[in-house]
Ligand binder design. Sequence first.
Ligand SMILES: [Cu+2]
Length: 303
Amino acid sequence: MKRVGKVAALAGLVALLATGCSGDEVLRFGWPVGVTEQATEMRWLWTWSVIAALVVGVIVWALIFWASVFHRKKKNADPTELPRQFQYNVPLELFCVVLPLVMVCVLFFFTATTENDVLAKKPNPDVTVNVIAFQWNWEFDYPNEPKDANGQIIKTVGSSTEIPLLVLPVGKNIQYNLRSADVIHSFWVPEFNFKRDVFPYPEKNNQDSSFQNTIDQTGEFVGRCAELCGTYHSMMNFEVRALPDNLYTHYIQLRTQINPATGQPNTAAEALTALGQSDPTCGVLCTPHAVTTEPFNTDRTAR
Ligand SMILES: [Cu+2]
């Protein structure tokens, strides 16, 4: 018994150390890192669901252990005699039906309320972006921001040589309006813990093609298309650049201004370069090109 205990403790220790989990990861129970308020809310649901499952698990394991260790066949037992039977014990059977039902109801309640919160939309979002997916890239428009010096909406379009940067502020309620110019794509930023299909003509199909979230930390987060949409589907990447609010406002200002070198309003890359020059603390956040992914080679004979 003592040896079994030692071996079990050692196996547990090895499992814990060999998986290389940090304290934070252990508490997340495998839930991926998220950077939005909504992702945090989903993580809470996951963490408490796992804790509840573990509590049930511990009780069930203890009962199995108790039954198999302390209720073994007695040495001098009569082999023809059955152990005590429980199958028509009404209170016990009621308990075994009602308790799981209560557990399912509790899980359902917290799942439904979390989903409602994650999908909730406020009437007046702080920032609105129109996300247009096309084979095989992305366009991001800022319809509610000031127009640029040419009177055009500020927009960032990706190409086969440039990853589009979706620049957004942290701590603000952001609305994403999704639409496709051709086939079905899917807007996915892994760190948002959120993914939604991007359809053509969403209004014709009565689709709710928008969602909102609030990013709660600055950083560079890769975005991907998560719906097989053709030849270059796997390279249909973009990058979310979550800036502090004051830098975001400055970025939008720069996007409206004419770049003397080109005679045109600043592109995303030019605006980020200027932003980095005006605020040296900006660092990686102001890199003019994507840092989480690379443009793809369209030469199909390249390999
Ligand atoms: Cu796609």
